[in-house]
Write a protein that binds this ligand. Structure first.
Ligand SMILES: [Zn+2]
Length: 339
């Protein structure tokens, strides 16, 4: 390696054009006409940390300094990466390990470390940001998909009254919850929970289960399970973390910013993980049992929702639309049966 630059003599203002030659461990400073000024061992030289746009200088034991003309010279990292590359090339085992270790590391990061951080964050996140996220999601949905519910006031009041009375009976904090009704054909028969405890029922869901208040309660308790277990916050942290990793790997910075700013829609579009759905189902079944309601109400609700659509709406059957936000229905039914 040969690098041209300026040599600054020790304890003097004298400088001269010079070049540095690096050969294995030895480092030589030569004047423009080839005279040896200094010869040292490479590791006795102080290499200044690289700063973008600034030449990375060398500082010698006697106080003299060499500054290269080319500001992109990176002594330290060059030497380091050269060493690593050399090691890799000479050791096939290392190369193979890289193909195993890195994917394994990514896997642990995505499936263990990030969910761990999500769970930790979910415990720590106070109510205020949850309210902000919920409001953003509500605004987004109201603007685009929700219209005024066509369920009559009396029925809505009955459903609300039944829901809140049972929350109290189960020892849950009813003040944390709000139940809203909307007509939203695009979502079919559906229910959503926002992080702040707002639960939304679509008219289609109410219609499907109007004859079975306890089946509707089972659906609502599933959503309460999402809220009580802070699934939204966990989900946001996870998609953010995974987004960061993929940004690092693929460099999709725009995608990441969309992920952050558009977390409202992302939250609804990306369904909760299977584990979260199971947790919410278990919550529902557990609390139904607490007040003596049979799990058959839960199973009835599942089966009713999975019934084929009449072909209206956007053309896709209701069950596929429900499944897009609540997947694995068959497994959920068998879980309930074995509960
Ligand atoms: Zn769910």
């Amino acid at each position: 390696m040969e690098v041209y630059g300026t040599y600054y003599f020790p304890r003097s203002s004298k400088t001269c054009a010079a070049k540095v030659e690096i050969n294995k461990d030895a480092l030589k400073v030569l004047s423009a006409n080839g005279l040896l000024i200094l010869e040292v061992e490479q590791n006795s030289v102080l290499k200044n940390l690289p700063v973008p746009g600034v030449s990375s200088s060398l500082e010698f034991f006697d106080g003299s300094i060499f500054i290269p003309h080319d500001s992109s010279i990176r002594w330290f990292s060059d030497a380091l990466s050269a060493k690593v590359a050399e090691k890799l090339a000479s050791n096939l085992k290392v190369v193979i390990a890289m193909f195993i270790v890195i994917p394994l590391f990514m896997w642990i990061l995505i499936f263990s470390v990030i969910p761990g951080i999500g769970a930790y964050a979910a415990e720590k996140v106070p109510e205020a940001p949850k309210r902000i996220i919920s409001k953003n999601v509500m605004d987004y949905l109201s603007e685009r998909y929700f219209t005024k519910s066509e369920i009559n006031d009396e029925d809505r009041a009955l459903i609300k009254g039944y829901f809140f009375a049972n929350l109290e009976l189960m020892g849950l904090n009813r003040n944390q919850y709000e139940l809203l009704f909307y007509k939203a054909d695009i979502f079919g028969a559906n229910a959503f929970a926002l992080p702040d405890g707002t639960i939304i029922l679509t008219d289609e869901m109410v219609d499907k289960l109007s004859s079975r208040p306890n089946a509707l309660l089972a659906i609502l308790l599933h959503e309460v399970g999402h809220v009580e277990n802070n699934h939204s916050v966990k989900q946001i942290v996870q998609s953010f973390g995974v987004g960061l990793i993929f940004t690092y790997l693929i460099g999709d910075v725009q995608g990441l910013s969309e992920l952050v700013t558009g977390s409202g829609l992302g939250l609804l579009q990306s369904s909760f993980s299977r584990d979260m759905e199971i947790e919410a189902d278990s919550f529902s079944l557990e609390y139904l049992a607490k007040i003596g309601i049979s799990k058959t109400e839960f199973i009835f609700a599942m089966e009713k929702i999975l019934e084929n659509d009449d072909g209206e709406g956007d053309g896709s059957p209701v069950y596929t639309r429900y499944l897009s936000s609540h997947p694995h229905a068959d497994k959920r039914i068998s879980l309930a049966e074995s509960y």
